[in-house]
Design a protein around this ligand. Sequence first.
Ligand code: T4K
Length: 399
Amino acid sequence: MRESVQDLAIAGAEPAFQSPLHVGRPNIGDRDRLMERINDMLDRRWLSNAGLYVTEFEQRLADMLGVEHCVVMCNGTVALEIAIRALDLQGEVIVPSLTFVATAHALQWQQIKPVFCDIDPASCTIDSSRIEELITPQTTGIIGVHLWGRPCDTDALQKIAETRNLSLLYDAAHALGVTSGGKMIGGFGAAEVFSFHATKFINSFEGGAVATNNSDLADRIRLMKNFGFSGYDNVVYIGTNGKMPEVSAAMGLTSLESMDNFIAINYRNYQAYKEGIEDVPGIRLLPYSEKERTNYQYIVLILDEEVAGIGRDKLIEILQRENVMARRYFYPGCHNMEPYRSQQPQAGLVLPETEKIVRQTIVLPTGTEISPETISEITDILRCAITHANELTDYIDVQ
Ligand code: T4K
């Protein structure tokens, strides 16, 4: 137990951890099984272009998600770009600003204007009651983001999309293995897009996927991710190269086989953080619904600076000095990043909840590398820093 400011690394004590604890440290899964697959792939000399592992990964994902089609790709951003193009989105598309910048960039990259919508602070997902006021004659779609694995209000979004004749796409990069109303994320809207980046709890080194029940859309997406080829020498569509290599699918399949174990570890860690900060004033954990299945892959702290007596960035500096590489995901919000900040300087005026939350969140490390003992140290650091907040001013540069 740390009892005074002098027990913190920021005041000169030894850091709590010898090496950095990162948010997004990859889960590795069964290494032997992965190597077996990689050796088999090398023996067969089939490294990309609709290989056995890509086909198997797509089938396993589709079965798990309960969807008819799943098309895997080289990463989640390209999967988003291709889904957006295949849905023929144009003009303006409504998205939350509180997301990883890839969601907005996937639109802007194709000359589509992201129109930023505020969030519901309880779920941190797009506030469906604020969408109507953002719809203009140029609006063609809505992208909901199941941020940190918290499902959007899928019923409300579906209703708006239907009544206003808009396409509905979901960025489900954080939501593999999550249900909404008991139904697996993957089957909502016209399509849902996943990421298997190294930092996701299920990873394929780099990777992404589009899940959909629409066969025409799936066909278009398959053509688009392979230059528009339909068989040898026959190009029937404009396309790009969005293919996932076999080695990624080998990792994805191996990772998927450990999914239950990864979720159990994430859940154990979530409970340990919850218990560890219970008695610390001014911080709370963004809860996961007990009614839904979820993956518990992001540990999100919300800080009430007034109560804690210390600012978010100061607390992050204290943690980082202890080698706990806490992150400010997703500060400062897409609307405060370029090119959106210059193009839409007034956007923040309609985003009060987003503006507030981006200054309050701290994302902490979890996953297979983090144990309950480690979490107990991390929560002890938080408790000590907040208890002695008024004595810390001498040691911290950050405002
Ligand atoms: N939509 C949403 C809502 C997303 O969150 C993302 C990606 C996407 C779309 C796009 O999907 P992808 O195109 O990426 O498939 C990271 C990831 O790069 C990004 O995939 C992820 N979201 C985002 C939330 O986090 P950064 O810039 O914060 O990554 P970086 O390099 O700081 O890595 C995070 C930490 O993980 C590092 O501190 C170190 C650790 N790490 C990372 C890698 C890659 C490792 O320990 N080992 C590793 O191999 O964006």
